[in-house]
Design a protein around this ligand. Structure first.
Ligand code: ADP
Ligand code: MG
Length: 257
């Protein structure tokens, strides 16, 4: 069975006076354990598609299924991490990372220990009692990742999670996130503006065309890059070749605008 199936999804936003078609006839399948990236021009509907996959937005047309079933946002099957960390400033780091488990009434001692261990793995041992404002942007994104993984979602979606960070922090986090998700064999969808990040982190890349978003091309990341940590992948010669190809495709949209 296909893990995540998106079939003929289109979406139009309606207001009293306007209709904006954000997505047009998107179909794609994702296998369990795959790491997928969505790239494309701003406004091509990437965030809209993630909201539809998460079950937060009902598509105008089409269906999305996870393991053959339609998605119920209440079931915590899907973890969502955004550019902004949305940590609660009045809660400590520990309270923040345990929040999802607490809300879904699944917080017990073993889950708590597991989550704190993950925080430790992210290099944040000793920060449990601190507040988000005491941490740097990169540290807060690591906390947000721990919080997202704590509820053990089947699918993780990351919407430009590193785009507000400086380049060096972003490179470090790419490696850390990639390693962590691999160790949990998580299925993940990353939305990014950064072609290099998409190549370095993914198994497959979907390139969306400008609004209304459609899948313009799919790229399979070569085997030799997939096994490397993102930082090393960025230095591989195959990386440069794929970068050039995707870059030219993206430029071709800009020239037609
Ligand atoms: P991306 O994430 O690729 O930048 P979005 O999914 O955010 O694109 O947006 C796709 C298009 O839909 C854009 O033109 C945007 O202005 C429009 N859009 C997004 N959200 C809404 C909304 N809530 N109401 C109306 N239009 C929206
Ligand atoms: Mg977006």
């Amino acid at each position: 069975m296909v893990f995540l199936k998106i079939k003929n999804v289109s979406h139009t936003y309606f207001t009293k006076t306007t209709a904006t078609t954000a997505l047009s006839d998107i179909s794609l399948n994702i296998e369990e354990g795959e790491f997928i990236s969505f790239i494309g021009p701003s406004g091509c509907g990437k965030t809209t598609l993630l909201s539809i996959i998460a079950g937060l937005l009902r598509p105008t047309e089409g269906v999305v299924t996870l393991e053959g079933k339609s998605i119920n946002p209440k079931e915590n099957d899907i973890g969502y991490m955004l550019q902004q960390d949305y940590l609660f400033p009045w809660k400590t780091i520990e309270e923040n990372i345990l929040l999802g488990l607490k809300i879904s009434d699944r917080l017990d001692e073993s889950k708590k220990q597991k989550t704190l261990e993950l925080l430790n793995k992210m290099g944040l041992n000793g920060f449990e009692g601190q507040y988000p404002k005491q941490l740097s942007g990169g540290m807060r994104q690591r906390v947000a990742l721990v919080r997202t993984l704590a509820t053990e979602p089947k699918l993780l979606m990351l919407d430009e999670p590193f785009s507000a960070l400086d380049f060096q922090t972003k490179l470090h986090l790419e490696d850390l996130v990639s390693e962590t998700l691999k160790s949990f064999q998580k299925t993940a969808i990353l939305v990014t503006h950064d072609i290099g990040e998409a190549i370095a982190m993914s198994d497959r890349i979907f390139l969306f065309s400008a609004r209304p978003g459609q899948i313009h091309k799919t790229f399979l990341v070569p085997e030799e890059l997939r096994h490397l940590p993102p930082f090393q992948a960025r230095n591989h010669e195959t990386y440069q070749q794929l970068f050039q190809i995707i870059w030219k495709e993206l430029e071709s949209f800009e020239n037609t605008n």
